[in-house]
Design a protein around this ligand. Structure first.
Ligand SMILES: Cc1ncc(COP(=O)(O)O)c(C=O)c1O
Length: 353
């Protein structure tokens, strides 16, 4: 029978390319998984006839040990996406309010809709940072407030002291989702001590993922941690057999290869600084991004026009802004080439954006 065979060929063809210097729209890691992680994953395939753990207790324990938190504080999901939905389903009822920055990670408006929440948006300030006072004010009448740190799409990071002031202002009855999807890219001086924060603030859930710095987006592994009481409540929402067999092996192999991962993270951060510096040299402003992407605000420049026809896959915003995932040096050259060509065509070197 030809059709199933053709469907298999089609399915394999539809797999995304691990290395594609033009795929810069989803903030993925530009490298294939580390060899040690890949060989560990191959072993999983051989046991695919078996179910994973009923509830992902061993994975939870592995993550808890790694991050220095108690198991009861940790929940695990299908990516940060799964964790966020788990939190929303556990702590909200349809019609409750969620406060989001605008713009924010594209997933949040969808998650709010899935949980049938009313969304209140608070615009970012002129530097692409959260307006923490306005968010705290809006948060007092809301069930959930979301802060992404670094923020997506701008990559900006508010000082830890400003986050503390925000938390004091927002009130203990509002759940604060502190989304740290890109935390591994932050310099030590920008990091918040998450475990200590959730000890002090029973309403904070820190969300993390293996999709970004760990380079495992296709495996869908994320986790959250919070105070024990809330953690135990969230664990009640853990989907039976909901985390695939490969997750624990991939996470354990990644932790075992942490020094190589840290080297990759340093390479990506260095490439981001290089891209930001070269763009500045071309008179192009970007926000003070600290993650694995660079955001060029809209305004005088219509960025979609600049990149049109280049083959680069980027995330465009309604105001003409663009978010560019940091890739290889080849990716950086493609981005800089497009900007230089647009500058030459416009016959201008005046600062913009
Ligand atoms: C801020 C933020 N949170 C969460 C996610 C979702 O990540 P995951 O792949 O773990 O579901 C993303 C993905 O781009 C993100 O940018």
């Amino acid at each position: 029978m030809a059709a199933p065979r053709a469907a298999l060929v089609e399915a394999v063809d539809a797999l995304p390319q691990a290395v594609n210097p033009l795929a810069l729209s989803l903030n993925e890691c530009p490298f294939p998984p580390l060899p040690a992680v890949r060989s560990a994953l191959r072993v999983c395939d051989e046991a695919a006839n078996r179910y994973p753990e009923f509830l992902p207790q061993r994975l939870r324990s592995l993550i808890a040990d790694h991050d220095g938190i108690a198991e009861e504080q940790v929940i695990v999901g299908a990516g940060a996406t799964g964790v966020i939905m788990q939190v929303l389903h556990a702590v909200t009822s349809p019609g409750d309010t969620i406060v989001l920055a605008a713009p924010t990670f594209d997933g949040y408006p969808i998650f709010a809709q899935l949980a049938r929440l009313r969304t209140v948006t608070v615009p970012l300030d002129g530097h692409g940072c959260h307006d923490l006072e306005a968010m705290a004010d809006a948060g007092r009448a809301a069930r959930v407030v979301v802060l992404c740190r670094p923020h997506n799409p701008t990559g900006t990071v508010e000082p830890a002291a400003a986050i503390e002031r925000f938390l004091a202002r927002v009130g203990a009855d509002t759940i604060v989702l502190l989304d740290e999807a890109y935390v591994e890219f932050l310099d030590a001086r920008h990091r918040i001590d998450g475990p200590s924060l959730v000890e002090r603030c029973g309403n904070v859930v820190v969300v993390r993922t293996f999709s970004k710095a760990y380079g495992l987006a296709g495996l869908r592994i994320g986790y959250g941690f919070c105070a024990r009481d809330l953690g135990l409540r969230l664990w009640q929402m853990q989907l039976p057999f909901g985390i695939g067999l490969s997750a624990q092996v991939a996470v354990a192999a990644s932790y075992a290869a942490e020094s190589q991962l840290r080297q990759r993270i340093r390479m990506i951060a260095a490439e981001r600084r290089y891209l930001q510096m070269r763009l500045r040299g071309l008179g192009v402003c970007s926000t003070d991004g600290q993650a694995n992407f660079v955001f060029l605000p809209g305004g005088a420049m219509r960025w979609p026009d600049v990149f049109d026809g280049t083959g680069l896959q980027l995330r465009h915003y309604a105001d003409g802004g663009v978010r560019i995932t940091v890739g290889s040096r080849q990716s950086t050259r493609a981005v800089l080439g497009a900007v230089t060509a647009a500058r030459a065509a416009a016959g201008s070197t005046a600062p913009s954006g």
